[in-house]
Design a protein around this ligand. Structure first.
Ligand SMILES: [Zn+2]
Length: 348
């Protein structure tokens, strides 16, 4: 049953995807009546074709749902093409949901799961908000186009999959403490996938079309395993919850591929003996890919990190987020922060 569900999920996830170098320019050349939603860097790579075709453009779409609502009326075309990274993908999906336009997603970096799944993550009054879901009509993964952006953006996307290092243990803890139903096959499959990802470091970091193909395959496999597990739990646990709280505490936006590695290490540290892998091993992998994730690099002060951890348990309860190590760790439950953890983080 699990194997059949995984194959089905892979089929549905990959159905709109065209994986081909040169495919972005070809798609834009072949289509009329398209509103482009993008940001400056990907736009500059496609400047000549965009100018030639005179496509209407929405630059740097907001992430606040109410601000997006105000630009819905500007779209008069039958297609929306979202060309960019995570934020552009989410905004394009929302605009397509509201206008019922056909939707082409063109990731400029495989930096989050947003280009491959149908979930839409926005903000409402600065708080994470999920207004619905929208499938892409077409998704174009063009390795040559993606390689024009810094490769660390796409390699940071692997961290969104490696969030499973902490998320699967969170899921197991929830099963043990709350009786939440888990997928045993899903958990085993994710553990195998994590080991495989850690073994493939050399190919990922080459920064060639083959690396992009492998990152694509890794995303597809991970989301298909979520589909077969009937849950997003394997790729979203305490590490993502800490990231949501960090944005609210620090009042700023982080790059997903920088904050998720950091918070996955924090979650693994808290999971301690129960963690599926040691934080040091994952840290070595991130360092091998040249990812930047230290709290100092991200501009998170020690006092802010202290507040994030002290409020984590209260935050997850208030937001009714799933049970994780943040509800289970005695120190975090009481709101007391282990100074050794802070010392470790600020030595990263
Ligand atoms: Zn994520």
């Amino acid at each position: 049953m699990f194997g059949i569900m995984k194959r089905l999920a892979r089929y549905y996830l990959s159905r709109p995807v065209l994986l081909k170098s040169g495919a972005v320019e070809n798609w834009l050349r072949d289509h009329e009546n398209v509103t482009i939603v993008t940001s400056p860097a990907p736009r500059s790579c496609l400047e000549s074709i965009i100018m030639e075709k005179r496509f209407p453009i929405i630059m740097d779409p907001p992430i606040e749902v109410l601000a997006l609502d105000k630009i819905v009326h500007e779209i008069k075309t039958s297609w929306i093409a979202g060309i960019g990274a995570g934020r552009v993908m989410d905004a394009s999906k929302y605009l397509a949901l509201r206008t019922k336009c056909k939707l082409c997603l063109i990731p400029s970096a495989l930096s989050t799961t947003s280009w491959l799944n149908m979930a839409i993550a926005l903000r409402k009054n600065n708080i994470l908000f999920f207004p619905g879901a929208r499938h892409a009509t077409a998704t174009i993964v063009d390795p040559d186009f993606i390689l024009k952006a810094p490769i660390t953006l796409t390699l940071g996307g692997l961290a969104d999959i490696l969030a499973s290092c902490s998320a699967i243990t969170d899921w197991e803890i929830a099963e043990e403490k709350t009786g939440e139903k888990v997928s045993r096959r899903g958990i085993v499959a994710f553990k195998n996938l994590i080991e495989k990802i850690l073994d493939q470091q050399d190919i990922y970091k080459q920064g060639t079309p083959d690396s992009i193909n492998l990152v694509y395959e890794t995303f597809l496999e991970a989301l298909a395993l979520c589909g077969a597990s009937f849950s997003g739990r394997p790729v979203e646990g305490s590490e993502h919850f800490l990231f949501y709280l960090a944005e609210e505490t620090c009042q700023k936006r982080f790059v997903h591929g920088e904050i998720i590695p950091l918070m996955t290490l924090v979650a693994l540290y808290l999971q301690d003996a129960r963690a599926f892998i040691k934080p040091e091993r994952l840290r070595e992998f991130f360092d091998g890919l040249d990812l930047k994730y230290s709290p100092s690099y991200l501009g998170i002060g020690r006092d802010e990190m202290d507040r994030i951890l002290a409020n984590a348990s209260k935050f997850t309860t208030m937001r009714k987020l799933e049970y994780t190590i943040l509800n289970d760790d005695p120190g975090i439950r009481k709101g007391t922060v282990n100074p050794d953890l802070l010392d470790w983080l600020y030595a990263l």
